[in-house]
Design a protein around this ligand. Structure first.
Ligand code: HEC
Length: 153
């Protein structure tokens, strides 16, 4: 458990930076680009986890991908300030429902952080079945938010 502490602190710091940057300096275009880049990174980490779980299940690789996911997930909540939806004129798949139901969206973002933290806690354990089960839970939180808050393309 102590091993996850530095990740959580680094993640909290990153979230602070992301939130600060979004509220002080970034334009809607920059904020949207930042969150999309983070989501892509999370997609890459999920793919790495899937490949590893279906193959060698290398502990170091699982841990690295899970940590990327946990740190990146933390940044996302702060990257949806008002004015960064489709009405900004910037191309985004973020639906207006995000701002109409901000507490619901924030809860979904918080759930991802919690489940990704659990995955990061398990990833180096060598218990592949447990890692796989939690990987599926994380995947479910991605899908649930997308169904509700992301435009289909
Ligand atoms: C709290 C809601 C939420 C959660 C949880 C969530 N997403 Fe998303 N995701 C979105 C929204 C909203 C967009 C559209 C962002 C935009 O276009 O501005 C998006 C976009 C994406 C994209 C496309 C990025 C691009 O434009 O190229 C990918 C890939 C993605 N998400 C992967 C994931 C993965 C993988 C997870 C889980 C590990 C995840 N998302 C969890 C809301 C969420």
């Amino acid at each position: 458990m102590t091993r996850t502490k530095p990740i959580l602190m680094a993640a909290a710091f990153a979230a602070l930076l992301a939130g600060g940057a979004a509220s002080i300096a970034a334009s809607p275009a920059e904020t949207i680009a930042a969150r999309q880049a983070n989501f892509k990174k999370m997609g890459g980490a999920m793919k790495a986890l899937k490949d590893e779980l279906g193959g060698g299940a290398d502990k170091a690789k699982l841990l690295a991908a899970a940590r990327t996911l946990a740190v990146t997930a933390r940044m996302q909540g702060g990257l949806f300030p008002a004015g960064t939806g489709p009405s900004s004129g910037v191309k985004t798949d973020a639906l207006p429902a995000i701002w109409a139901q901000k507490p619901v969206f924030d809860a979904a973002a918080g759930k991802l952080v919690a489940e990704a933290d659990k995955l990061a806690g398990l990833a180096g354990s060598g218990n592949t079945a447990a890692v796989l089960a939690q990987f599926k839970v994380v995947g479910g939180t991605c899908a649930a938010c997308h169904r509700q808050f992301r435009a289909e393309d």
